[in-house]
Design a binder for this molecule. Structure first.
Ligand SMILES: Nc1ncnc2c1ncn2[C@@H]1O[C@H](COP(=O)(O)OP(=O)(O)OP(=O)(O)O)[C@@H](O)[C@H]1O
Length: 246
């Protein structure tokens, strides 16, 4: 898998109702690295991921480029804020949905999915329907389904938001491992999460929305909570976010 860099050149979006978001936003996302997006609610983080995934329902002025540019059908895996698990499929079948739809499902896929389900703390729930799972369990199912896609671009919108602190850390570690080599864009409201997982942190804010801060972090994610890089950047980053809060 060859990861793609993502370039937004002077991007402005117009929604169907005529409202606009961004005004000539330029952003470069490095290939094969994890970029975390932070910023106040409503600043456009989810819309940005949807735009890159090809699912945004809006008019684009400016340019969105991928380098290299894989076919759109295999370019991105996207995990939205809703788990979108199919209610009539078991957890295991939901996790395996991509392979099933492509007709590539085999014993190896199933074995791998079972291992990851166990690693995510969900052993014993393989045959449970989504309705019988908690919000955090469903979110882990949606995350595993996304991670198994192994696309050159992995887009994840608050993928750990429903998880308790320890499970969150385990799943962050798992995600870092399974997305190594891919271009990852991860939206989060959690400063510690961004500092653990990112090679680069981009803070959005202001009116019109623009990049307020861009921070390149040393070392390899996932960082330990006590990593000097985390300690060095935690408070300044919080201050920046506080200054952007409405
Ligand atoms: N389809 C749409 N039509 C009109 N406006 C929209 C549409 N989708 C998003 N918006 C607006 O675009 C802005 C950005 O929304 P978005 O969901 O991307 O923000 P966000 O930064 O991800 O927020 P949060 O952190 O709360 O998830 C908001 O003002 C929202 O109301």
């Amino acid at each position: 898998m060859i990861p793609s860099a993502i370039h937004l050149d002077a991007v402005s979006l117009t929604f169907r109702d005529g409202s606009r978001l961004f005004d000539g936003l330029t952003m470069n996302v490095a290939a094969g690295r994890c970029t975390c997006l932070l910023g106040p609610s409503g600043c456009g983080k989810s819309t940005l991921l949807r735009l890159i995934s090809g699912a945004a329902d809006c008019h684009l002025d400016g340019r969105l480029r991928f380098d290299p540019d894989p076919p759109a059908s295999v370019r991105c895996a996207w995990m939205g804020q809703d788990d979108l698990l199919l209610p009539w499929f078991s957890l295991l079948d939901n996790v395996l949905l991509g392979a099933r739809l492509r007709g590539t499902l085999d014993r190896d896929h199933t074995e791998r999915a079972r291992e990851l389900i166990a690693e995510a703390g969900l052993a014993g729930y393989e045959q449970a329907l989504p309705a019988a799972l908690s919000g955090g369990m469903r979110q882990r199912g949606a995350l595993l389904r996304t991670l198994l896609e192994e696309r050159p671009i992995m887009l994840m919108d608050e993928p750990f938001s429903a998880l308790d602190a320890l499970t969150r850390m385990r799943l962050q570690n798992l995600s870092c491992r399974l997305t190594t080599g891919a271009t990852v864009m991860l939206v989060t409201h959690d400063v510690m999460e961004a500092l653990r997982m990112a090679d680069r942190i981009i803070v959005l804010g202001g009116t019109p929305v623009a990049i307020k801060t861009q921070l390149d972090l040393a070392g390899t994610p996932p960082r330990r909570p006590g990593d000097p890089e985390i300690i060095r950047h935690y408070e300044p980053l919080l201050e920046i976010l506080l200054s952007e809060a409405p």
